[in-house]
Structure formats: structure tokens, C-alpha cells
Design a protein around this ligand. Structure first.
Ligand code: AMP
Length: 224
């Protein structure tokens, strides 16, 4: 059994826009743990001109969930890579109880504990954040036009040659409202799933980013 956050599977739960991706990027940078964002993986699959790519693209654009079977394959393949040997961070997975059960099976095979952290944010704030979110297609760094704008309009701060930020097709008001509904229906039960077995900590995602990061580190027992 591990005594701190290292070696564990860290699951970041929260509605779209709660800051899971931002916090997962911080954990990755500070603790050298791989950040596995199923949304990022699916967006790259959606760019492929294959049957699977087209199928995933339609689902992402509608703001619906991709099937549990596809997710099981994606997560099993990614977490089997050697960079996951010291534990990893899941951002956006599991999103259904079936996926949570699948992850329990995988954790058993990999001999790892799971610690889930729920980043809680109210609905109006989620909508405000998502409609002003911009992302770098190269490094997936997340910006916000209001709270964390890039230094130069529309350009990622982190590359020598300019890389233009993009606005996700599912970050418009209509798709966001739908994604929040899907989250309440499908993903809230996942939070209950982890709470019932005492594997869940809740942090206040409305606090400043650094403070939320501190709360998450404390919850999962990750020290320097
Ligand atoms: P995200 O970047 O986490 O907001 O995910 C973007 C989109 O990818 C979601 O709206 C879903 O369509 C899809 N997606 C990401 N993760 C999952 C998952 N665990 N299960 C099903 N669909 C997912």
C-alpha cells in the first residue's frame, strides 16, 4: 500500500470548466506524473479521417459522451505505457459508473490505489469560464480571456514560433449547457461511487488556482 500520492491513480472529478485540466497540468509539472486527459486523447482521435475519428468527432461536437467501450480501450492502452509506472493523473475519466468500475478492475491489475478529488464549482461560474476558455493545440495549455489571458492576443506563451490558440467547438453556450446536463446525469453518480467507499475528497474550485492546488495536494498527500 502506498503511503502518499506517489504510485497512486489520482482521479480529478468535476463538471466541465471546474479546472480539472488546469490542476492536472500543475500536478504533472510539479510532481512529474503523467496527466491523462481523455478529452485531449479523443480530440486527437477526432482529427483522424477514419470511421472511428468521424464517429468520435460527431459525439464531441454534440457534447455527448463517447462509449464506455472506446474509453476502456483508450485508458487501458495509455495507462499501460511506461511513463505511468510511478502513478498517473486522470483528468476527465471516469465519467460514468461503468467507467469507474472498469477503473477499479484496472487498478487491481496494476496494484494501485485510487484517490478521487472532486473540484466543486457552481454552474454560473462554469458557463463564464468555458465560454472564455482558449487552448493551445500543441501543448494543451489552458488560457482564459478574462482570468488568464495569453501575453499576446490569441497566441500561446510557450513556443518560439507563434502557435494560435483555439476555442473548442463544444465551448459555446449551447454545448456547455448540454455538457453540464450530461455531467449531472452521468458523472455525479461517480462522485457518490467514490464517496460511498471513502475514496473522495472535495475541494472548493471557486478559490484562486494556487489555493485549489494546495487543497488538492493536501487531499492526496503529495509532498515535495
Ligand atoms: P473534456 O476535455 O474532458 O471536457 O472532454 C471533452 C469531450 O470528450 C466530452 O464532452 C466527451 O464528449 C468526451 N469525453 C472525454 N472524456 C470522456 C469519458 N471519460 N467518457 C466519455 N466521453 C468522454
Amino acid at each position: 500500500m502506498t503511503t502518499n500520492g506517489r504510485g497512486k491513480i489520482i482521479v480529478l472529478l468535476g463538471a466541465p470548466g471546474a479546472g480539472k485540466g488546469t490542476q492536472a497540468q500543475r500536478l504533472r509539472e510539479r510532481f512529474c506524473l503523467p496527466q491523462i486527459s481523455t478529452g485531449d486523447i479523443l480530440r486527437s482521435i477526432a482529427r483522424e479521417e477514419t470511421d472511428l475519428g468521424r464517429q468520435v468527432r460527431r459525439i464531441l461536437e454534440a457534447g455527448d459522451l463517447v462509449s464506455d467501450e472506446i474509453l476502456a480501450d483508450v485508458v487501458r492502452a495509455r495507462t499501460g505505457q511506461t511513463d505511468c509506472d510511478g502513478g498517473y493523473i486522470l483528468d476527465g475519466f471516469p465519467r460514468t459508473v461503468t467507467q469507474a468500475e472498469m477503473l477499479d478492475g484496472l487498478a487491481g491489475e496494476q496494484d494501485r490505489d485510487i484517490k478521487a478529488v472532486y473540484v466543486r464549482v457552481l454552474r454560473d461560474e462554469l458557463m463564464r469560464r468555458l465560454t472564455s476558455r482558449r487552448i493551445c493545440p500543441m501543448c494543451n495549455t489552458i488560457y482564459n480571456l478574462v482570468t488568464r489571458p495569453p501575453k499576446h492576443d490569441g497566441i500561446c506563451d510557450l513556443h518560439e514560433t507563434p502557435v494560435e490558440l483555439f476555442h473548442r467547438v463544444d465551448d459555446n453556450e449551447e454545448a456547455v449547457a448540454h455538457r453540464i446536463l450530461v455531467w449531472e446525469r452521468e458523472t455525479k453518480p461517480v462522485y457518490e461511487y467514490y464517496r460511498a467507499c471513502d475514496r473522495l475528497a472535495t475541494v472548493d474550485g471557486a478559490r484562486p488556482v494556487d489555493e485549489v492546488f494546495g487543497q488538492i495536494r493536501e487531499a492526496i498527500g503529495l509532498q515535495e
